[in-house]
Design a protein around this ligand. Structure first.
Ligand code: ADP
Ligand code: MG
Length: 240
C-alpha cells in the first residue's frame, strides 16, 4: 500500500532521511518510534508530499506520487494525515470541518457530505458536538474530530504524527481507543507515537528511527523484548 525505496532528503547539511526503505502492506499498522529529531515527522510529511524528497521513490498503492495539481489533492485525500496539533479550522463548526474537503476534493453534495460527517462523528463519539466550534472542545475531542475528518475522505491509509502528544493524560485513551478500533477494522496505518502500549497491542511492526535512518523494523514482541541495536536499547531504557 505504501512503499518507500531509497528515499533521501537533506535540510541544508542535515541528512534527515537516509536511504529509507519501508513497505507497509494493506491493513498493516506500523508504529514509528525514535528520539526527537530522528526524522519521523519528515518521513510522514514526505509520504504525503508535504516535503519534497531528493532521491528515491514513494509509491502509494503501486502508483508514484503525483507532482502537483488534482493528482496531488487526490493523493492527500487517499493518505489521510492526523497531526499532533489537530489543525482544525477554528472558524468552522465541527460538522463543517468534517464536511469541507468531502465537498471540495471529493465533489460530494453538501447533504451527502453532512450525512457522512454525522455518521463519522457518531463513530468517534462526538455526534452531540456537531454544531460546536473547535475551541469549545477538549483536546481529545478535537483530535477525534481530526480523525473523523481524515476518515471522511475514505482514505486508503492514515498517517498519525504523535496524535496524543499534545493531550492531557486523561484524554489520551479516548483518542487511542479510536485508533485501536481503526487498526482492528483493518485500516492501513503509520503511527508515530510514544505510546508503547498501543505499539505492543496494535502494531504489526515497530520501526525504530535514529539520525535519519531506519535502524530496526521488527515485530513489536521481538523489538521490545530484545532490541538489536544499542541505539534502540538506549532509547527504550529512557522511555519505559
Ligand atoms: P522527529 O519528528 O523525529 O522529531 P523531524 O522529522 O521533525 O524529527 O526533524 C528531523 C530533523 O530535521 C531535526 O533535526 C529538525 O530540526 C530538522 N528539520 C525538520 N524540519 C525542518 C525544516 N523545515 N527546515 C530545517 N530543518 C528541519
Ligand atoms: Mg516529529
Amino acid at each position: 500500500m505504501i512503499e518507500l525505496r531509497g528515499v533521501n532528503k537533506h535540510f541544508g547539511d542535515l541528512h534527515v532521511l537516509q536511504d529509507i526503505e519501508l513497505t507497509v502492506g494493506r491493513g498493516e499498522v506500523v508504529v514509528v518510534i525514535g528520539p526527537s529529531g530522528s526524522g519521523k515527522s519528515t518521513l510522514c510529511r514526505a509520504i504525503n508530499r508535504l516535503e519534497p524528497i531528493e532521491r528515491g521513490t514513494i509509491l502509494i498503492d503501486g502508483e508514484p506520487l503525483p507532482e502537483e495539481g488534482k493528482g496531488l489533492a487526490r493523493l492527500r485525500a487517499e493518505v489521510g494525515m492526523v497531526f499532533q496539533s489537530f489543525n482544525l479550522f477554528a472558524h468552522k463548526t465541527v460538522l463543517q470541518n468534517v464536511s469541507l474537503a468531502q465537498i471540495k476534493v471529493r465533489g460530494r453534495a453538501k447533504a451527502e457530505a453532512d450525512a457522512k460527517s454525522r455518521a463519522l462523528l457518531e463513530r468517534v463519539g462526538l455526534e452531540a458536538h456537531a454544531g460546536k466550534y473547535p475551541a469549545q472542545l477538549s483536546g481529545g475531542q478535537q483530535q477525534r474530530v481530526a480523525i473523523a475528518r481524515a476518515l471522511a475522505m475514505e482514505p486508503k491509509a492514515l498517517l498519525f504524527d504523535e496524535p496524543t502528544s499534545a493531550l492531557d493524560p486523561e484524554m489520551i485513551n479516548e483518542v487511542l481507543d479510536v485508533m485501536r478500533q481503526l487498526a482492528h477494522e483493518g485500516m492501513t496505518m503509520i503511527v508515530v507515537t510514544h505510546e508503547m502500549g498501543f505499539a505492543r497491542a496494535s502494531a504489526n511492526r515497530v520501526v525504530f528511527m535514529a539520525d535519519g535512518r531506519i535502524v530496526e523494523d521488527r515485530a513489536p514482541e521481538d523489538f521490545f523484548s530484545a532490541p538489536e541495536s544499542e541505539r534502540a536499547r538506549d532509547f527504550l531504557s529512557k522511555i519505559l
